[in-house]
Design a protein around this ligand. Sequence first.
Ligand code: PEP
Ligand code: MN
Length: 341
Amino acid sequence: MVIVMKPGSTDRNIGEVSKALENLGLGVHISKGSQRTIIGAIGDDRVLENVPLELMDGVEKLVPIVESYKLTSRTFRPESSVINVGGVEIGGKELVLMAGPCAVENREQILKAARAVKKSGAKFLRGGAFKPRTSPYSFQGLEEEGLKLLKEAREETGLLIISEVTSEKTVEIANDYVDMFQVGARNAQNFQLLKSIGQSKKPVLYKRGLSTTINEWLTAAEYIMSEGNYNVVLCERGIRTFETATRNTLDLSSVPVIKNASHLPILVDPSHAAGKSQYVFPLSMAAIAAGSDGLIVEVHPDPMHAMSDAAQQLTPQAFDSLCEKISQLCGIIGREFEYGA
Ligand code: PEP
Ligand code: MN
């Protein structure tokens, strides 16, 4: 249930309604829009059946949330959310690009990648330190050593850092190094992990699972938000289908569907969808045309010798021309992107 407050309702009105809900054992989540405040009552709202909340001062109306996702829904927050990460806004007019190698491999590699992607206009450096590889025999990442290298790259370039976490323990370790957590497709329904990210309050890029429906994805995001962390950005990275020509099938329809169902920003990862670098450019353009708030793209100074995902990583040159084209596309679709640092 959401309680829509009247325009001009006071903090005291909001406080009284919140208190009444808490007394009934419900979780209280407040969304302050430019016009109205909306109070989300989370839990078993059958307890509200005989409580005339609509008579309380400042209350305009009560609206049931019919979807299985609540805090992620547009009913809870009609205005689109803009998530601020270290001064960079995700979900506003400006597109945000995150770029860097699949995995942090060594100092030279990550610093080269960082300098290159910064020069083209990326605001975030990506790089995996804890790699959730399909096989235990594949390179597993440099772990904390990799995070230290990412931190060094931030100090040199000023780029914000995003890196994947795979367990509660890695959330604790990465917390001191990264500006934004990434939850990967393989952990999209690791609910303990989602809860611990919820408790940490650090912004998170939350990827869609290999086979999760949009409904399951938004519902699982509640594990983060119901713990009080509203800094969630979704990421479509392709889903498993019968098609084998690409690594995954990029479900571009999820972008407008999410925009309709949820207030959260959404980015697209064309690299893990395509699996091949040659498809990254067209998928990126299509994603932005479809309304994506930005991209997360794999870029490696020497893709041929990458220790993971070699086939899909762009060279710095290819990333640069992608960025140039994105800035041209922005003029047509009414978005902004500053090509070149
Ligand atoms: C990654 O970003 O390196 C990654 C493993 O992505 P995904 O979780 O989408 O497969
Ligand atoms: Mn990868």
